[in-house]
Design a protein around this ligand. Sequence first.
Ligand SMILES: Cc1cc2nc3c(=O)[nH]c(=O)nc-3n(C[C@H](O)[C@H](O)[C@H](O)COP(=O)(O)O)c2cc1C
Length: 366
Amino acid sequence: MPPTAGDPLLRRADLGDFRLPNRVVMAPLTRARAANPGLVPTELHAVHYGQRAGAGLIVTEGTWVSERAIGFVNVPGVYSEQQVAGWRRVTDVVHALGGRIVLQLWHTGAASHPDHLRGALPAGPSAVDPHERSFTPGGFKDTVTPREMTLADIEGTVADYRVAALNARRAGFDGVEVHAVGPFLIPQFLNPRLNLRSDAYGGDRAGRRRLLLEIVDAVTAVWEGRRVGVRLSPYWSSGDRFTAGEETLSDYDALVAELNRRPVAYLHLRGRDLAGPGAAPDLDAFARYRRLFDGPLIANLGFDRASANAAIEAGIADAVSFGTHFIANPDLVARFALGHDLAAGDPDTYYSGGAGGYVDYPVSSG
Ligand SMILES: Cc1cc2nc3c(=O)[nH]c(=O)nc-3n(C[C@H](O)[C@H](O)[C@H](O)COP(=O)(O)O)c2cc1C
């Protein structure tokens, strides 16, 4: 609790071309509120993000780069004019309130389900079932064996990212973040258990990372300077496909070295899963990337005010992003500054749709 005035979290910072008044970043949070046929962000989105404009930087929920990227219910896209107009309202509100906001670009690849794709098979690096579950209109369903993407599919996907970034710029975003975390399209390509290709997009780790690097090149070209962040989860483990072993970590080491050669604004790193409920984040897990990456680093997963201040003070991260805390505390930065307690969110309303649990969390009065 107090004193807070000297909190490292409350110091200003530059992440690429983003000028942050504090180092409290809002992590991307899928909330399934675009419950309309066009998957258009609504006035509720403007209220939700406007309430959180005090963040040093807002990273939006993952947003579809194209119709074929879809793999979760009621998530907005950025591929239609209606969606661009809906997002324009969101960015106008956040900017009017003094905030900064980047759009997270998402593609689920083989982790989608035919129910999202009018019965078509999802496409991934190879015809290997990722053994995940997809949230469909009929509830969670097991993934299936996808179709292997052709070279034309891959070229089309990179082009979709480019158009999505152009659309994000037209919608008034300050930049974009490439979603390369969890079990989705880009990590599927990075993963030797899911990517069995022998062409230029597989074969060895240089081939497996080619898709991500081509996407980074396509979206960074849309902006002058450094307005593109990349979000990675090297420690992600789920099922029998994502195992985060030494080979995976060494592939990510080499990947980060490649990112150093590109005009990336920041690396947004999802850390190791916590050792147990309430355990402190493993700072060594971030320190590995601090040594490897030349640019600014945003750390995420399991932080509170004390552990975030400690990570910044130790020089391990430039900023820290908060997911669940931003769900229940729209005024998170003010609570840190005032030394107020944090409210707990209700997981039952994370993906429930509607205003409840989305725009009705109160600000702290002490
Ligand atoms: C409801 C919910 C939705 C999420 N949606 C996304 C998303 O769209 N994109 C993403 O990269 N991470 C997503 N995440 C992960 C969060 O950004 C973050 O990594 C996670 O909540 C851990 O941070 P925390 O300990 O501060 O909550 C989501 C997490 C939650 C709880």
